[in-house]
Structures are given as C-alpha cells and as structure tokens.
Ligand binder design. Structure first.
Ligand code: GLN
Length: 488
C-alpha cells in the first residue's frame, strides 16, 4: 500500500528501484475508488493521465534521474480546485466557472512538475475558498476521514481529507484566514501557510489578494519542508512575491530546539475552548519545554479585533476580485435582455449564498460614506495586529497556540450560523493579517470520538526554518502524526 507512505519514504523506495511510480499511483487510485464515494475529497481526477505521468517518471528514474535532482520525481500530489493546472478543470468549488479548463499552469504547479511530481486530481473546497467546513462547495460536502459524520474543516477540506484518507501522498491548498492550518488540524495532517510573498500566487484564483498564500498538506514535517522548498521563490508574474533567498528547509530539521524561546499569547487562552483540545495543547507545550525550549508568556493586545478586521479586509478584496465572473469572460452564462441583466442572472445563478454574502459585505465596506469607517479603519487595525507580532518576535523565536478551539464539528452543525462559523478561525486569522508563516501539526486526539487536535506554531516573516525545526522536533518526539484514520 504505497499510498500510505510519506514523500520521503516513497522517494527512497523509488530511488532504490524497489517499487515503481506507476504502482504508487495505482495504489492511490485504488484507495480513491475504495473510500472517495464516502469521503468525497476529489471533484474529479483523470486516472489515465495520472498513470501516464507516473510512467514518464519511471522512465526518468530508469535513466538515472535522482531525487537529489528532482525531489518529487514520481510522487502523486493532488490539488485544491482553486489552482490552475494546464488542461485540467478549474471550478473553485463553484458553478459559475461552468466547464472551464485551465489554459496554463500556476507557478507553484509549474515548480511541482519541474521537480517531477505527478500532479493529479481536483480537490473539493468551499466555494472560492470562503468557509471553514467545505460545506459551501457547490459540489457537495467532504467528510472527515476520522469520523464521516463530521466536516474536514475548510476551505481546503478536500486537500486535508485526501491526505488523511491516504488518497495521495500530499496535496496543495490555500490559506487566506486559516484554510490550510484549520483543516490540517481537524484531519490530523501537517499544514503550512508560508510568509506572504514566499510562494508566487500566479495561477491561484484570488479570494483576498493581500492575504492568500498557497501551501502544502503532508503526513509529516519533512515532506512539508520539501514541498515548501520546491514551490518558494520570487516570480516576475506575481509582483507580491519576494526576492528572498530560498533556504534548504530540510536542513533545518536537526532536532535542536534547546534554548529557543516560544511565546504563549495570553489573549489566546479564551473561554469556550474544548477541554480536550486545551489539554492536548498544554501537554504539547510541556513537551516542547522538555525538549529544551523556553516558554515565555507574551501579549498580542489587538487579538480581539482580528476576526472583525479580517471580515472587512477579506470581503472588500473579494468583492473586487469576484467582479470578473460576469458571464462574459469565463465559464457559465445565463443570457439576459441586456448586459446588466446578463450579469445579474449569471451571478445570481452561479454564486452560492456565502459568496453572495461576502460580495455584499465587501461592497458595503468599500462604498462611499462607509469606506473610512470600515475599510480604512480595518487597514489601520491590521497594521496594529502586525506590529503586535513584530514586537513579540523581539522577545521570542516563535509563538505557540492551538490551531482551532474545537475538534471537527458535525456536518450541518454551524451551517445556519455564519458568525459561529467565522469564529472557528479565531486562532488562525491574525497570522494572515500579519503576513507571517504558520504551521499546524498533530498534537493528540480527543477520546470518544477520536478526533485529531492541532498545534499551531507562528514564525517571524520568512522564519519558516524555525517553525519547521520546532514542529519536526516535536513530531519526532511524540509520533502523533503516525496515527491513521481507520476509515470504516
Ligand atoms: N474560513 C475563513 C473564511 O471563510 C478563511 C478561509 C480561507 O483561509 N480561505 O474566510
């Protein structure tokens, strides 16, 4: 069952010519067939194309190409339905794109392919990445592999569920306010949101351009380091990508965290936390201390304003970004009496309720008379939130928090209450507003039902090496990441 392996384990076996990439790909396809009618992580996948890519990788392996040259050679990786992969469907979990097929590869995808990956499958998501449960997809819910009556988190729920259900070796998602870290936590995988500007957003359909980042879902921290290194770097097609050198992230995974200072934000000890989640996170902090880290209490005084600030900035940007889906240029069209009628009918039929809610909110906060009171003020508060972090990082090397206040909730439990849903991101949103990197790693389980709990580590801008090093040391000393969903 090669689908059960990590990237580094499969790469070792492929390198030894012990197994072939075709066998690994076939095991993933078999697993999809076995479990995905229940899990519904995949919106679509082209088995023949995936196997053809695997055969091409096997040929390269046979002719001597190594994983030192192409770190992802022959590794099956599945993609959130918001990233452009040439000649594959691109729907963003929405009906409005109709039968749209991507004419080109996103930069991150181009880099995966250049590193030899098999890029296959479209993973379910909340429509246009708006949501925390994947229930906002136009194509049905995805189920949590640990308990199929529960949500996998969102918006990259398909990406997390596919990795947790062993349907691929790793996947890509995007994170605007927590959409990688939150589902990673709820499905028991590793998920990283890099520093804003670390990975090019070219070919990522924009939700909120100043917050969006692409990142990996993997089964361990080493694989995350590998994928991050492959995808990082400046790109002339995304002017917000940053010309910061790309380190060898895996080299940072040396287990040495002695003397590192970890900040515990006072403001994150909120009431209403699930007690088992609290206990798991507290135990994780103790474990980090045992490994030699020094725990320091810190304050991030503007934390209370993060959710409100986010829902102004993100909706404002979304209302502008989604204006392009008008029935003229892309995807589906509903004809109308005149152009305005056509736009209204197309957008009325094509967008789901949450997307409409965000466009209306975003248009409102940008409208004249309200711009200063909402949008401009939110931008100022955003700066204060970023300054909170920069100040804290003068004293500590990284910050440690729970990823989510509760484990995965039941399908339908919060769908009628958008505010409750928005609150599931309280621990992840500030990181995007500040533009800093954050990772979620498994740190235990609740009992009865057994559901994964995530630990979040936040780092300095471009401080991915430090949070990966800490995450890896923790992971190796506990082994939570090795537990697999039973998938009854
Ligand atoms: N859950 C948040 C939202 O609904 C974050 C989504 C995301 O990160 N894409 O906006």
């Amino acid at each position: 069952m090669l689908n059960q392996l990590t990237i580094s384990e499969l790469a070792a076996k492929l390198g030894q010519r012990e197994v072939s990439s075709r066998e690994a790909m076939q095991d993933c396809l078999d697993q999809i067939q076995r479990v995905d009618t229940t899990i519904h992580a995949f919106l679509s996948h082209d088995a023949a194309d995936a196997l053809a890519q695997a055969d091409a990788a096997d040929q390269q392996l046979a002719s001597g190409t190594t994983h030192a040259q192409k770190p992802l050679l022959g590794i099956p990786i599945a993609i959130k339905d918001v990233l452009a992969v040439k000649n594959q469907p691109l729907n963003c979990g929405s009906k409005i794109l109709g039968k749209f097929i991507s004419p080109y590869d996103a930069t991150a995808i181009e880099k995966l392919k250049a590193a030899g990956a098999i890029v296959f499958g479209r993973l379910n998501m909340d429509e246009f990445a708006m949501g925390s449960s994947t229930e906002n997809s136009a194509f049905g819910v995805t189920r949590n592999p640990w308990d199929t009556t529960r949500i996998p988190g969102g918006s990259s729920g398909g990406s997390a569920a596919a990795v947790a259900a062993q349907e691929c070796l790793a996947s890509l998602g995007t994170d605007t306010g927590g959409s990688i870290r939150q589902p990673a936590a709820l499905c028991g995988c590793v998920g990283l949101k890099p520093t804003y500007g670390r990975i090019s957003r070219y070919g990522l359909v924009a939700f909120a351009s100043s917050l969006d980042q692409i990142g990996p879902f993997t089964k361990d921290v080493r694989d995350t380091a590998t994928l991050l290194e492959v995808m990082s770097g400046v790109d002339h097609r995304d002017s917000t990508s940053v010309p910061q050198p790309v380190p060898n992230y895996a080299a940072a995974l040396n287990g040495e965290i002695r003397g590192l200072k970890l900040g515990l934000p006072r403001e994150y000890m909120i009431g209403g936390m699930n007690p088992e989640v609290s206990a798991a996170v507290q135990a994780a902090v103790k474990q980090l201390e045992k490994l030699g880290a020094e725990i320091v209490e810190i304050s991030l005084p503007h934390t209370d304003y993060a959710v409100a600030t986010y829902y102004i900035v993100a909706t404002a940007e979304a209302s502008a970004n989604l204006a392009r889906f008008d029935g003229i240029r892309y995807g589906a069209r509903v004809e109308g009496a005149d152009p305005t009628d056509l736009y209204c009918r197309t957008r009325g039929a094509g967008f789901g309720a949450e997307v409409k809610r965000r466009i209306i909110l975003g248009t409102y906060v940008l409208s004249s008379g309200y711009y200063d009171a909402f949008y401009l003020r939110a931008q100022k508060v955003r700066t204060l939130i970023r300054q909170d972090f920069l100040k804290a990082f003068e004293k500590v090397d990284a910050i440690v928090t729970p990823t989510t206040p509760t484990p995965a909730f039941k399908i339908g439990e919060k769908s009628d209450d958008p505010l409750q849903m928005y609150l599931s991101d309280i621990f992840t949103i500030s990181c995007n507003l500040a533009g800093i990197p954050g990772i979620s790693i498994p740190c235990g389980f609740t009992t009865n039902p057994k559901l994964p709990v995530g630990l979040q580590l936040l780092g300095k801008p471009f401080g991915e090496e430090t949070i990966l090093k800490i995450a890896h040391a923790y992971e190796q000393s506990t082994g939570w990441h090795r537990e697999k969903a039973a998938l009854k």
